[in-house]
Design a protein around this ligand. Structure first.
Ligand SMILES: [Zn+2]
Length: 116
């Protein structure tokens, strides 16, 4: 389950931020997950709960997941659109080779530390 290694990765980033600032704990971690990142949100939440529960710094933290919708851009007419599915046909001109410009994100957006 690769969501578990993603959760551990997020946890490492959050912990090192807390250590850098000598914070006693972390109250919230915000992550951005694109709809085309290949991440199962429920599996990530589950993995996070078990990983964070074992960390003294993260025991009381909350994981806020922001989904990033798909966004395609047509190489021919530059039209940008957000289809529900991975549909690469431009609705404006019918070009079949649109590029995914947003939706593959997988990153930690912010880490909220507790006051010392
Ligand atoms: Zn187009």
């Amino acid at each position: 389950m690769h969501e578990f290694s993603i959760a551990l990765n997020i946890l490492e980033i959050a912990e090192s931020t807390a250590l850098q600032h000598e914070a006693p704990g972390i109250s919230e971690v915000e992550v951005e997950v694109g709809d085309a990142a290949g991440v199962n949100i429920e599996a990530l939440e589950f993995a996070w709960e078990s990983a964070a529960g074992a960390s003294p710094l993260l025991k009381q933290s909350k994981l806020a997941i922001h989904r990033v919708p798909l966004l395609f851009e047509c190489p021919r007419c530059r039209h940008q659109y957000s289809p529900a599915e991975l549909d690469v046909i431009c609705p404006a001109c019918g070009e079949k080779d649109s590029l995914l410009v947003q939706g593959r994100e997988l990153k930690v957006k912010s880490v909220t530390l507790m006051d010392p």
